[in-house]
Ligand binder design. Structure first.
Ligand SMILES: Cc1cc2nc3c(=O)[nH]c(=O)nc-3n(C[C@H](O)[C@H](O)[C@H](O)COP(=O)(O)O)c2cc1C
Length: 389
């Protein structure tokens, strides 16, 4: 299938499955533990139904909006994802360029393969930087300084990973960057010649923000080992306040699933919270992010901007989140499948698919603008099933 032939994210996922070596495909298409929360994200979105409306003038539709003060062609940002440069050679640069050309924000993960400086050198619109708070606070400070110097326009602080969730597939596959060269991994890679060609053409094969920057980190890095040694289980709201001062710009807190935590986010002066369970990759058994959204919107929706991620694989999913009060959304796997399938063109394709689905759905629901969207777009019966009054 060529880029132009993929008409839904599922086509891109299937293509990515056949293009990306198992270790990295499994890293993307998996949740933690039993994957119950990973499945719940998609299931609860699917259970919401739209109200079909007719004879409404929908001639002047568009999806333009703002996210954290930035104009966007649709309120769908690329979420921070680790290892994107292992899903496709130079993955973060390619995804950032696709986002830039489409007019949506790109977020670079702390555990990216391409570094902050690399992505800045290959893009012309400021991107966002995602940070994990690590034990080595001097390294955290240096990352924040590097993000500032690179012109990043917002800091996304991820709070739901003080320790890594149990991800069986990654442990079984021995996930690392670069991949360790055993017989099994060599055979797996040899069966993916286009992936190999892109990897051989780049020098970016390990964690660009970390290796050579954090003290004592060299060469091949086992992600699980590094996270368990470096991520700080003592992180508290005081640390968030400290970072707020250190950064001084727009602060987006990601991984908020509880009303009490959302209130704390307001207290520390966050600009945005992302209702997120890390795509079902952290606390398995947590509720779906869409089901956590309404109570958080009710509690703090008038005090800061609320976004949602988790399970969005279509424009319809994004609209459902907006209908329940999110001002913006983020996508992880939906763009990674495009990246794995066709590199930059695939990421762009995933964004085109989502926008086309948003546009068509808005039209058939009698909506012309993003700021018109509210709960009335969804049937009361499906809202009740999700516990929304
Ligand atoms: C492969 C993968 C890697 C991820 N890495 C990070 C990361 O480095 N930092 C982070 O804050 N979130 C990370 N996430 C979570 C995403 O930012 C986002 O919350 C999640 O992907 C949303 O769910 P979705 O994939 O169903 O869209 C990752 C998600 C995936 C799928």
């Amino acid at each position: 299938m060529r880029d132009s032939e993929a008409t839904c994210i599922e086509h891109l996922r299937e293509r990515a499955r056949r293009s990306v070596p198992r270790m990295f495909y499994d890293y993307v298409d998996a949740g933690s533990w039993s994957e119950a929360t990973y499945r719940a994200n998609a299931r609860d979105l699917a259970a919401l139904c739209f109200r079909q409306r007719v004879a409404v003038n929908i001639a002047g539709r568009h999806q333009g909006s703002t996210m954290a003060g930035r104009g966007v062609t649709m309120p769908v940002a690329l979420a921070p994802v680790g290892f994107a440069g292992m899903v496709h050679g130079d993955g973060e640069i390619l995804a950032a360029r696709a986002a830039e050309s489409f007019g949506v924000p790109f977020t670079l993960s702390t555990v990216s393969i391409c570094s902050i400086e690399d992505v800045a050198a290959h893009t012309s619109v400021p991107f966002w930087f995602q940070l994990y708070i690590m034990k080595d606070r001097a390294f955290v400070e240096s990352l924040v300084g590097r993000a500032k110097r690179a012109g990043c326009s917002a800091l996304v602080l991820t709070l739901d990973l003080p320790m890594q969730g149990l991800r069986h597939k990654d442990l079984r596959n021995g996930l690392s960057a670069p991949p360790r060269l055993g017989l099994r991994s060599m055979i797996a890679m040899a069966r993916r010649p286009r992936w190999c060609a892109a990897m051989l053409a780049t020098r970016r094969r390990t964690f660009g923000n970390i290796v050579g920057h954090a003290s004592g980190v060299e060469g091949t890095l086992s992600f699980a080992d590094w996270v368990s040694k470096q991520f700080d289980p003592s992180v508290s709201w005081d640390d968030v306040r400290w970072l707020r001062g250190l950064w001084g710009g727009k602060l987006i807190l990601k991984g908020i699933m509880d009303v009490e935590d959302a209130r704390k986010a307001v207290e520390v002066g966050a600009d945005v919270v992302v209702v997120s369970n890390h795509g079902g990759r952290q606390l398995d058994g947590a509720p779906s992010s869409i089901s956590a959204l309404p109570s958080i919107v009710e509690a703090v929706g008038d005090k800061l901007e609320i976004w949602l991620d988790g399970g969005i694989t279509s424009g319809q999913d994004a609209l459902k989140a907006l209908a329940l009060g999110a001002r913006g959304t983020m996508i992880g796997r939906a763009f990674l499948y495009g990246l794995g399938a066709h590199g930059q063109a695939g990421v762009r394709r995933s964004l085109e698919i989502i926008q086309r689905e948003m546009d068509l759905t808005m039209a058939l629901c009698g909506m012309s603008r993003i700021d018109e969207i509210d709960r009335s777009m969804l049937t009361t019966r499906s809202l009740a099933a999700l516990g929304v009054r």
